[in-house]
Design a protein around this ligand. Structure first.
Ligand SMILES: *[C@@H]1O[C@H](CO)[C@@H](O)[C@H](O)[C@H]1NC(C)=O
Ligand SMILES: *[C@@H]1O[C@H](CO)[C@@H](O)[C@H](O)[C@H]1NC(C)=O
Ligand SMILES: *[C@@H]1O[C@H](CO)[C@@H](O)[C@H](O)[C@H]1NC(C)=O
Ligand SMILES: *[C@@H]1O[C@H](CO)[C@@H](O)[C@H](O)[C@H]1NC(C)=O
Ligand SMILES: *[C@@H]1O[C@H](CO)[C@@H](O)[C@H](O)[C@H]1NC(C)=O
Ligand SMILES: *[C@@H]1O[C@H](CO)[C@@H](O)[C@H](O)[C@H]1NC(C)=O
Ligand SMILES: *[C@@H]1O[C@H](CO)[C@@H](O)[C@H](O)[C@H]1NC(C)=O
Ligand SMILES: *[C@@H]1O[C@H](CO)[C@@H](O)[C@H](O)[C@H]1NC(C)=O
Ligand SMILES: *[C@@H]1O[C@H](CO)[C@@H](O)[C@H](O)[C@H]1NC(C)=O
Length: 566
């Protein structure tokens, strides 16, 4: 039975496997599970000596017990008002006796730092009414996804120290549509404590997402400690307690690698670099110059000087320090490259021009130096789309080009043969719609800006995010170059206080598009009526994990199926 029937089943139940599996069938028997369940692993391939494999599997097993028994929820919200819906535990109730994890192949040696396509993320799950469960996968990460799906079949029981499912037997076969399922976190405009970053990775993994894009520095602050250049963070961070040490960065990478979420760091440049000017003023043109909007898309102005001999020396030292430390746990480094402001170079004494014909060759040289250093350190580069589409730079063909300006940019990138990431401001920006964050001058100007909306509002709600198809307008023969995408949380107005509700559950909508695709098996756009009960339930599961995800609908809508429809 394939997805067509599965979808009609989902219409009548809030069974919240999120993202939706490729194929799923269920029955209606009840099974129980408690801490006595044995989870065994066949050890993968005996000829493999990858220590990450056992670490990943052991971690997944521990998380499975924790999720099922400690981070689960009572689903009153999906049952008739005041009903006695819970199954009764009796002496003849059947428990899940064993969960067998079978890995069909050994992990690639770079399982902790893969490029897209290196890891087979597929899995199968089979749950018999006798209480035997088998999960198979080609990789440890696939097993981890199978276990994640398994936990989503169970609910906490209100009066017993165990959980239950009412849909045995279950057969699932699953794999992702896109290899890069990411989120971009800005920790420069506002700082995020490490605990928040761990919580993001945990929730991402629960959505089977696999890339944490860490936009760690920007014009507003430089929180990243670089031991070879201590003044960068000492002077560039907002405060001494708002820094990320090398140990913290590495610990986050490790936490992510264990759940299949690769941490991909970005040092945005040559724009978005004013914070470097606190420690190295000689490198930055138009540093904090007013009015800032002549020289930058956002305050404060400041950009690398493009024809200075000191800037390349600085970058060489910076990357020589940083890249070897990141290397063990990532294949990628993001070179930034968005919103280069030509006018700032009129203030740059090494250039004194804002002409494209003057700046383009300087940018090419700047990019070539960065790319050479990345290549010799064996990193795969990412850049923002402007480097290719606006400045028309020549880039190595393994460069991943991240689009954001428009949905149409994706086609422009793949037409040139580059791998593209989707996530346009019109669709997958999570920060939009909260109003302007700059103050307006008194007088007529202030009224002109009334009611002080931001540039990319309104808020992109989950339905809008869910309705986006990364392959829209992409010819079939180029679709393989669309490797996935990211949601983005630019953080002028988002800090630890409101971060989680800003991310969740809206990013779940993107995670399902990236895992399951935007179209169902008949090639039709996926239905929000079918998604909504599952998303409501996924939200409850995230809350049970300690994630402050916003509600999707009121219980009135969820207690009686999908009745809030118009
Ligand atoms: C699958 O589960 C739902 C309840 O979640 C149930 O309504 C349906 O009958 C089940 N399918 C079968 C074939 O038992
Ligand atoms: C085992 O580890 C050694 C040293 O790290 C490596 O050279 C070898 O290729 C590994 N073998 C397998 C099967 O992964
Ligand atoms: C085990 O690993 C070896 C070497 O990587 C491979 O040749 C063999 O096919 C693998 N066995 C299975 C069952 O996947
Ligand atoms: C693993 O192998 C079994 C046969 O032993 C097969 O049924 C299953 O589909 C395989 N799993 C995956 C994810 O390919
Ligand atoms: C560029 O800067 C000059 C002053 O240096 C200013 O007059 C001009 O308005 C700026 N251009 C833009 C597009 O902001
Ligand atoms: C280029 O610089 C000139 C001189 O400062 C300025 O008048 C003009 O607005 C600038 N053009 C752009 C596109 O910023
Ligand atoms: C860059 O700097 C060099 C050396 O100072 C100078 O000769 C050259 O004209 C500059 N290039 C541009 C485009 O300003
Ligand atoms: C399906 O989604 C696409 C966007 O990916 C949209 O352009 C199209 O109008 C949708 N079709 C229907 C029938 O809603
Ligand atoms: C539940 O929804 C159905 C329509 O989907 C409606 O006929 C029924 O009256 C609703 N029941 C309650 C108690 O609201």
């Amino acid at each position: 039975m394939r997805t067509s029937l599965a979808l009609s089943l989902f219409a009548t139940t809030a069974l919240a496997i999120w993202p939706l599996p490729v194929s799923y069938t269920n029955g209606s028997e009840t099974l129980w599970i408690d801490q006595n369940v044995k989870i065994s692993y066949n050890g993968g391939n005996s000829s493999s000596n990858n220590t990450w494999t056992s670490k990943i599997v052991n971690n997944a097993i521990e998380r499975t017990y924790d999720t099922l028994l400690n981070k689960n929820f009572v689903p009153w919200m999906f049952q008739e008002r005041n009903s006695d819906f819970e199954p009764k535990l009796t002496s003849t109730s059947t428990y899940i006796t064993s969960i067998v994890l079978q890995q069909n192949a050994s992990d690639p040696s770079n399982i902790m730092k893969p490029d897209v396509g290196d890891v087979d993320e597929s899995y199968t799950l089979s749950m018999a009414t006798t209480g035997e469960v088998t999960i198979t996968a080609m990789s440890s990460i696939g097993l981890s996804y199978g276990l994640t799906t398994f936990t989503q079949l169970f609910f906490k029981h209100g009066n017993a120290a165990c959980a239950y499912t009412t849909v045995a037997p279950v057969e699932i076969s699953d794999k992702p549509m896109f290899g890069w399922r990411g989120m971009n976190i800005d920790t420069a405009r506002t700082f995020k404590p490490m605990s928040e970053l761990y919580a993001i990775i945990d929730a991402m993994a629960y959505n089977k997402m696999n890339r944490f894009h860490w936009h760690i520095t920007d014009s507003q602050s430089w929180p990243l400690v670089i031991p070879a250049m201590p003044e960068l963070a000492e002077k560039g961070a907002y405060a001494s307690f708002q820094q990320y040490s090398p140990e913290e960065v590495q610990a986050l990478q490790e936490y992510g690698a264990l759940v299949g979420v690769e941490v991909v760091m970005e040092i945005d440049q040559p724009g978005h670099t004013s914070a470097i000017g606190y420690a190295y003023p000689e490198l930055i043109s138009a540093f904090n110059l007013q009015p800032w909007y002549w020289y930058a898309a956002e305050t404060p102005a400041g950009t690398f000087k493009l024809n200075s001999t000191e800037v390349p020396e600085f970058l060489e030292r910076l990357f020589d320090d940083l890249l070897p430390r990141l290397k063990p746990l990532t294949a990628y480094f993001h070179l930034g490259g968005d919103e280069v402001n030509a006018n700032a170079s009129t203030q740059d004494e090494t250039v004194r021009s804002n002409k494209t014909s003057v700046l383009r060759p300087l940018l090419q040289k700047f990019m070539d130096r960065n790319q050479d250093q990345l290549a010799s350190a064996d990193f795969i580069p990412l850049v923002w789309e402007e480097m290719l589409l606006d400045w028309k730079l020549t880039l190595p063909m393994n460069t991943i080009v991240q689009t954001w300006i428009s949905e149409q940019s994706v086609l422009e990138v793949v037409k040139q043969g580059y791998r593209a990431l989707v996530g346009a401001s019109s669709t997958w920006y999570l920060d939009c719609g909260h109003g302007d964050w700059v103050d307006h001058l008194q007088g007529a100007d202030a009224r002109d800006a009334y009611p002080y909306l931001d540039w990319c509002g309104p808020v992109h709600n989950w339905r809008q995010m869910y309705a986006y198809d990364p392959l829209e307008g992409i010819p079939d023969h180029l679709a393989y170059l669309v490797i996935g995408g990211e949601t983005h949380i630019w953080s002028e107005q988002t800090d630890a206080y409101n971060l989680q509700p800003m991310l969740w559950p809206r990013t779940c909508a993107a995670s399902e598009v990236l895992w399951s695709g935007a179209k169902d098996e008949q090639g039709k756009n996926r239905s929000q009526i079918l998604a909504s009960p599952r998303l409501n339930e996924m939200r409850e599961r995230l809350v049970a994990r300690g994630i402050r995800a916003e509600p999707v609908q009121m219980p009135y809508c969820t207690q009686n199926g999908t009745q809030c429809v118009q």
